[in-house]
Design a protein around this ligand. Structure first.
Ligand code: PLP
Length: 462
């Protein structure tokens, strides 16, 4: 790739960034000794930094987002055309790409019926939480207000999403939180909570634990259960077989709405359009964001069944019956215009199939790393959504030191591969290397990613 890095004064950009930008998820003290890395350009699976160094991006823009890869001219063209024609209109009126993307999206989601637009995963989840609360107020006389969430799941960064989030590190110091969010146990079999069972029986047991919480709280107080199909930032946790069918059964038994947070898995990450479709789950709410437009524009969706939708229009005489909510930038047309092209690319290039094939290769390579390096305690994954949990001791499963986990990420970077790591500073929780390359990855890309990890593990742990 011919990069003309001289056309911008990139050393000035680095200085401006250092002086003025407050970066996400970072202790800024570190930038007193190291410059922030500025990513300048991307093509396919590769990105280039301000120094002209090339990297394979094994995490799709750091946070599982750029599913179709960088530099897609057809998305840029569609967005440009659309915003020149009509860039924005919000509120009660509609837009052309908003209508057409909703139609295309629902074709991929049998059983689902309505799409509510906003512009981040957190916001999409907040919308669903508000819908649950309003259903409680209007249809259950204020009962069924509580929303269950799972240990180690993450649903976003707002105060309500944190209240419904299972990663304590993210919540500390941000309270007080709104009431009515109740935690259920995680389902990570590698860190067993029920010793007498394994495999599908373990999955059923972990789901039974949800029922125990419902019975403890009182089924008439619980309105919804919000779960990630595969837990992302909590350590790439793929629920054991047996888990999802039992979860569905429990929700039906107690009349509890099932909200699946597909912010990471949505639009192909696990090799199906949505993560829940791997297990034949029938949700009431599905939220999605990152992969919907692969980061070419901001868009998120809260998708509901017709049954949920109907509960907001059953009494037009009641001035409080409709969903009294708006998202200003839910009226941006760039999002659905980009999302239409993003979906077309996934279909036309067969990226779901590629995701499955490359995911299998990646899991095979990770299994080989587990054979070779004692520090790799467990490998997990679904499609191109994979993780390798690092433990200081295979017997005790004590996580590796945070500094070592960071060193592995830095060593991979030095070898030209960007990877992620989850939960590294949470005592007692898993420390998992996180891999989610774009769905266009080739066998050579996958092998290059795991070769870098192999080298990094040897360098850090011997
Ligand atoms: N849900 C899940 C599963 C996520 O991983 C994230 C972000 O990483 C969110 C929700 C929040 O999305 P956003 O950062 O777009 O608000």
């Amino acid at each position: 790739m011919n990069l003309d890095l001289t056309k911008n004064d990139l050393s000035h950009v680095v200085e401006a960034d250092k002086a003025h930008v407050w970066h996400h998820l970072v202790q800024h003290k570190q930038f007193e000794t190291v410059d922030p890395k500025i990513i300048v350009e991307g093509k396919g699976l590769r990105v280039w930094d301000a120094a002209g160094r090339e990297y394979i991006d094994a995490v799709s823009g750091a946070v599982w987002t750029v599913n179709v890869g960088y530099g897609r001219a057809r998305i840029a063209d569609a967005v440009r055309d659309q915003i020149l024609r009509m860039n924005f209109f919000a509120g009660a009126m509609g837009t052309v790409p908003g209508a057409l993307f909703a139609e295309r999206l629902l074709e991929k989601m049998p059983g689902m019926s309505r799409v509510y637009y906003s512009n981040s995963g957190s916001e999409a989840n907040e919308k669903a939480f508000k819908m649950v609360r309003q259903i409680s107020a209007r249809h259950y006389g204020g009962k069924k207000q509580k929303i269950l969430y799972r240990d180690r799941d993450y649903h976003g960064t707002t105060i309500a999403c944190l209240a419904g989030g299972g990663q304590d590190e993210r919540n500390a110091q941000y309270g007080p939180f709104p009431e009515g969010f109740v935690r259920v146990p995680h389902c990570l079999e590698y860190r067993k909570q029920w010793d007498d069972v394994s495999g599908a029986a373990y999955g059923r047991r972990a789901a039974d634990a949800i029922e125990e919480v419902i019975l403890r709280e009182g089924p008439d107080t619980v309105g919804a259960l919000c779960l990630e199909p595969v837990t992302a930032g909590g350590g790439v946790i793929v629920p054991p077989e047996g888990y999802w069918p039992r979860v569905q059964e429990i929700c039906r038994k107690y009349d509890i709405l099932l909200h699946i947070d597909e912010v990471v898995c949505g639009l192909g990450r696990t090799g199906t359009w949505f993560g829940y479709q791997n297990w034949g789950v029938e949700p009431d709410f599905v939220t999605m964001a990152k992969g919907v437009a692969s980061g070419y524009a901001a868009i998120s969706c809260t998708v509901t069944t017709e049954k949920v939708f109907e509960m907001f229009k059953d009494d037009a005489e009641d001035p409080m019956s409709y969903f009294r909510d708006i998202s200003t930038f839910g009226g941006c047309t760039a999002g659905p215009a980009a999302a239409l092209e993003n979906m077309a690319i996934i279909e036309e290039e067969g990226l779901l199939d590629n995701c499955l094939a490359m995911g299998e290769r990646l899991m095979g390579n990770l299994a080989a790393l587990k054979e070779k390096h004692a520090v790799v305690g467990d490998v997990r994954g679904k499609g191109l959504f994979c993780g390798a949990e690092l433990v200081a001791d295979r017997e005790t499963k004590e996580p590796v030191a945070e500094a070592d986990a960071k060193a592995v990420v830095a060593e991979c970077m030095a070898r030209g591969v960007i990877i992620g790591v989850t939960n590294r500073s949470l005592p007692g929780m898993n420390t998992t290397l996180c891999l989610s390359p774009a769905l266009i990855a080739t066998p050579q890309d996958i092998d290059a990613i795991t070769a870098a990890i192999d080298g990094a593990l040897t360098k850090v742990f011997g």
